[in-house]
Design a protein around this ligand. Sequence first.
Ligand code: GLN
Length: 309
Amino acid sequence: EAAGPADYAAALDAILAQVTPILGRGRVADYIPELARVRPDQFGMAIVGLDGQVFEIGAARQPFSIQSISKLFALILALTTEGDALWTRVGREPSGSAFNSLVQLEYEHGKPRNPFINAGALVITDILCQRFAVPANAVLEFLRKLSANPGLSLDRHMALSELGCSDRNAAMAHLMKSFGNLHSPVPAVLDAYCGQCAIEMSCVDLARAMTMLANHGRIAATGERVLGVSPTKRLNALMLTCGTYDAAGDFAFRVGLPAKSGVGGGIVALIPGECGICVWSPALEVSGNSLAGSLALEALTSLTQKSIF
Ligand code: GLN
């Protein structure tokens, strides 16, 4: 018997009890100096229903660096301006390698495997660079709307911190440009990319932003359509197959929900027709996904018996 919404509160209590002993296990991302300073044992989780009801536990209102979760929203924004033409420049296959890997780019002629690895996200950001004067602000504005929180901001220290050590992303961008798959100047793309990654949001903000994807592309509170039914389905499929990098197979096996992670320790997910979800805990496993966050989502689908399967 699947759980009703009322059971989410009880599930969150049980999840906190389950993850508390392992909080802090794993490692915070330390290749970005500003992220290395985040306390690893923090934890928060939020579930927002399509009816707007909020269930939360722990530090669910604490803003954190969304990092690669921004790739999802940048992609949605690019899809709204570009439509399906976008898929000529980026693929939709799981990469099976690390989020910041360069190896496949060379033999796939500068076309990244999917929009959620860094190479793919840089192409999407390049598209936004052609459309918006300040692309990171366009992503920020879009997220303010989806989360119904006009107070969202972008941490410039974080953006500069990443920009100062972005040789690997720069290498990817230059390689893609050599293949003709990047149009803007590399520094402009890196600047926009580091900016969107440095947006700060809480679990409640992100869970609310995700309700649109649980609602066939309409903002639940207003009914406004952001994305078509088919593109929404595809995006959710893409999250399932590519949203947690080279751990996506294991994640789908254990959790069974479309999800997207970031090295800030956040993971967003959704249950179609029901709710948006976000969990945050900064210590990561080897693929760069939150260790406690993955376990919390696994516990959620086990406890409530809700998944897309
Ligand atoms: N800004 C990070 C990077 O490019 C995002 C990576 C991530 O969250 N997986 O390395």
